[in-house]
Design a protein around this ligand. Structure first.
Ligand SMILES: [Zn+2]
Ligand SMILES: [Zn+2]
Length: 370
């Protein structure tokens, strides 16, 4: 079968023929339809990240996926041939308390693998085989947007973790909060836009920041969901005096991270999802006033990575709700779909105006409403 392979830390990606995966007892064989591309994939292609599976000379790239069940081995319930499925990414270490309770996203040993990223083959190939506990069945009506489910699962986790920390302060009995809860999203790539959409559906008053004017795809989409857009290209002063209850960061910029801490309101929570470059230049910040306010304001800064199956399931519900509320909005985040053969151009650099680029592995003629 065809596969896009990498050999980190050697840079570069190739389309080659590889052996098809064995359909071991208890597994489901899946034809891959689409793979989304994100910064992690590009970092792996640059050789900055990623690990080849033990005993193999290459890693099959790709973690954001959508496929169709092709074959089912004996004894599997809950799937039929032709089902649309999205596979989760992380496989637990099998030892720590979190991996043993299906929460490998909180693995404590670090000995997990991640398909397409760290030590396990990914999904940029014609087929893969997987155990059913790692497959999430997708209703046919969500087929046109389901390739976004993996990045959405990361957003679902980040927002729920932030919400849980916010919830440590119960509303005063008999005095429900009257003003809406204010959320700030930093970054208007796929993760930032999905976060803005989910937060808007949760009833937050949403502001999103990036370094562009309003007359962009992101600016128009934010207007459609009733969110405010602020261009901070010339600095965070553009936000005026605004403070926020929940801040979701999706930029990976250390400078932005520090600028966001001072935007937290009393009891506010900053959730970091962007992964800064560990080799980036050091930053100098006035730590005294910064952390003084964190303490005096009961504020929290928390990192969030990966997502377990429960977040894929809540993501499916949010995809359906978003399709009902704003038809076609989520699918508009997919700014390009290109055949697998064009992998080199798509992986080389982020094209201008990209929100989510998708490689089409297999053209699927079954009806897909959007
Ligand atoms: Zn990704
Ligand atoms: Zn673990």
């Amino acid at each position: 079968m065809r596969a896009i392979i990498v050999r980190p830390p050697t840079p570069g990606a190739q389309l080659i023929d590889v052996p098809s995966p064995d359909l071991a007892p208890g597994t489901v064989g899946v034809d891959v339809l689409e793979c989304g591309i994100c910064g992690t994939d590009r970092d792996i292609v640059e050789g900055k990240y990623g690990r080849v599976p033990t005993g193999l000379p290459y890693l099959i790239l790709g973690h954001e996926n959508l496929g169709r069940v092709r074959e089912i081995t004996a004894g599997i319930n809950g799937f039929v041939e032709g089902d649309l499925v999205v596979a989760t990414v992380r496989r637990g270490c099998g030892r720590c308390r979190f991996c043993l309770t299906n929460q490998s996203d909180f693995c404590e040993t670090g000995d997990f693998t991640e398909r397409g990223i760290k030590g396990a083959p990914g999904y940029m190939a014609d087929r893969y085989a997987e155990f059913p506990q790692y497959l999430v069945r997708v209703p046919p009506r969500l087929g046109s947007v389901a390739v976004l489910l993996e990045p959405l699962s990361v957003v679902e986790k980040a927002i729920l973790q932030g919400q849980r920390i916010l919830d440590r302060k119960e509303p005063t009995p008999g005095r429900p909060r009257v003003e809406p809860v204010r959320a700030l999203v930093a970054g208007t790539g796929a993760v930032g836009m999905l976060a803005a959409i989910v937060l808007a559906m949760r009833g937050y008053e949403v502001t999103a920041i990036d370094r562009h004017g309003d007359d962009t795809f992101a600016g128009r989409l934010l207007a459609r969901i009733g969110a405010q857009h602020v261009n901070v290209a010339t600095g965070f002063d553009a936000l005026g005096a605004a403070r926020f209850d929940l801040v979701v960061e999706a930029t990976g910029s250390v400078a932005v991270d520090f600028s966001l801490i001072v935007r937290l309101g009393p009891n506010g929570v900053l959730v970091l999802t962007g992964i800064p470059d560990a080799a980036g230049p050091p930053s100098t910040v006035p730590g005294g006033p910064l952390f003084r306010d964190v303490v005096l304001g009961n504020q929290a800064i928390v990192g969030s990575v990966n997502a377990n199956r429960t977040y894929f399931e809540s993501g499916l519900q949010d995809l359906a709700a978003a399709e009902d509320r704003w038809p076609g909005l989520v699918s508009s985040l997919i700014t390009s779909r290109r055949p697998l053969e064009q992998y080199a151009a798509v992986l080389a650099a982020r094209p201008g105006g990209e929100v989510k680029s998708v490689l089409v592995v297999r053209r699927d003629d079954a009806p897909r409403s959007s």
